[in-house]
Design a protein around this ligand. Structure first.
Ligand code: TRP
Length: 376
């Protein structure tokens, strides 16, 4: 029987059923109790957890137990550049920044500037080009409010002498047949793409290796990335480190109604580099949950779950639950028509992007304070 949806590290197809995905991946929901524990320790809850956008986890209770015993964790996440960052990429960095602030956690960020070069068949993605994107991404990330010194961004090709030795230790314990099953690789897959997963695993123990002691690690990620850690977790433990704890987020839907906003679909995605007029244009073309005419919409109302405009508010642009509920209600009861709805969202996004551009400009000359200290 053909799968009705498919989530791999390199492709997302169909309508994703997150409950069934938990089963397939062997991951467990973030329970109310866990949510409450986080809220107590952090002093506040986070909208991405409250709204179950971060919906699943591995080893979260263990991580919080350790934290309560005084064994602090660090955070690890990353992004593989292939174009300008989209707003969908922000989810793991918003979470990492919040964890840094609330749990006083160091944050390690891998920018694998070889991943898309290796895994995509696109002549535009030369190593030099991707490396340039990587530096732009670094600035986009720190502009979200990360702390200098407590944030350590590293680029695979530039920090190779700090990560390669760890990557090979991981690689030795993972077989090609495991990766074939996990990633759908075949004999035609290039050997760089096959090796890559071992470099992604390094972040889960890089701080422990640097400091020569076992330090718990929490990885916030988009659920499609779980597979890298599924194959590496046991290996990491065998190397003498803790298995990482993980929290998994859902995908922000495409503006055009697909299952996942993809950076390779310019009309369905909002890039951090988009100009105000691009944002207005894209949002105007977005799929809403509304009826086909204003009259029908006023009469029957729409469905916020199917409305990409409502979903954008939910995932990123309205963090206040009461205000979000008002927007959803106005969609349901038909009182807010598509045009008005879209204009308001485009305004919010542009407000965010404007602030973001200013932060980037302010930090441009300070970026070195956020980069992992290179070793000679
Ligand atoms: N492979 C990820 C991507 O395609 C990038 C990445 C590197 C990452 N290290 C990570 C994602 C750790 C989550 C956690 O964007």
């Amino acid at each position: 029987m053909p799968e009705d949806f498919n989530v791999t590290a390199y492709e997302v197809e169909g309508k994703v059923d997150y409950n069934r995905l938990e089963e397939r991946f062997g991951i467990k929901p973030i329970t109310e109790e866990m949510e409450e524990r986080i809220r107590k320790l952090a002093g506040e809850s986070h909208y991405l957890i409250r709204r179950k956008i971060y919906f699943a986890q591995r080893e979260l209770n263990w991580l919080l137990d350790e934290y309560e015993k005084g064994n602090k964790f660090y955070v690890y996440t990353g992004i593989a550049p292939s174009g300008s960052m989209t707003v969908a990429h922000l989810l793991q960095f918003i979470m990492a920044q919040w964890l840094q602030e609330k749990f006083d956690a160091d944050v390690y960020i891998q920018i694998p500037d070889e991943e898309k070069f290796l895994t995509k068949n696109d002549p535009k993605l030369t190593l030099e080009y991707v490396n340039g994107l990587a530096h732009e991404d670094a600035l986009d990330i720190v502009a979200l409010g990360f702390k200098p010194k407590k944030t350590k961004i590293y680029f695979d090709t530039e920090h190779a002498n700090q990560i390669y030795k760890h990557a090979v230790r991981v690689a030795k314990r993972i077989t090609f047949s495991t990766l074939k099953d996990a990633f759908g690789f075949s004999n035609e897959t290039n050997i760089g793409a096959i090796f890559y997963t071992s470099t992604q695993a390094v972040g889960t123990f890089i701080k422990s290796a640097e400091e020569g002691r076992k330090i718990p690690c929490l990885v916030p990620l988009g659920v499609d990335q779980d597979v890298h850690f599924r194959v590496a977790r046991d290996v990491v433990e065998k190397l003498g480190y803790y298995k990482p704890a993980i929290i998994h987020s859902k995908f922000i839907p495409s503006l055009k109604g697909g299952p996942k906003m993809s950076s390779s679909d310019p009309n369905g995605a909002i890039y951090l580099s988009d100009k105000p007029e691009d944002v207005v244009k894209k949002v105007n073309r977005a799929i809403t949950g509304q009826q086909s005419t204003a009259e029908l919409q006023k009469k029957y109302g729409g469905n916020p779950e199917k409305c990409s405009v409502c979903q954008y508010y939910k995932y990123l642009f309205e963090t206040d639950d009461k205000k979000l509920e008002k927007i959803f209600e106005a969609e349901r009861d038909g009182s807010m028509l598509a045009g008005e709805h879209k204009a308001a969202l485009a305004g919010k996004i542009n407000e965010f992007l404007e602030k973001h551009r200013k932060e980037k400009a302010r930090l441009k000359n300070k970026i070195d304070d956020f980069i992992l200290q290179p070793q000679a």
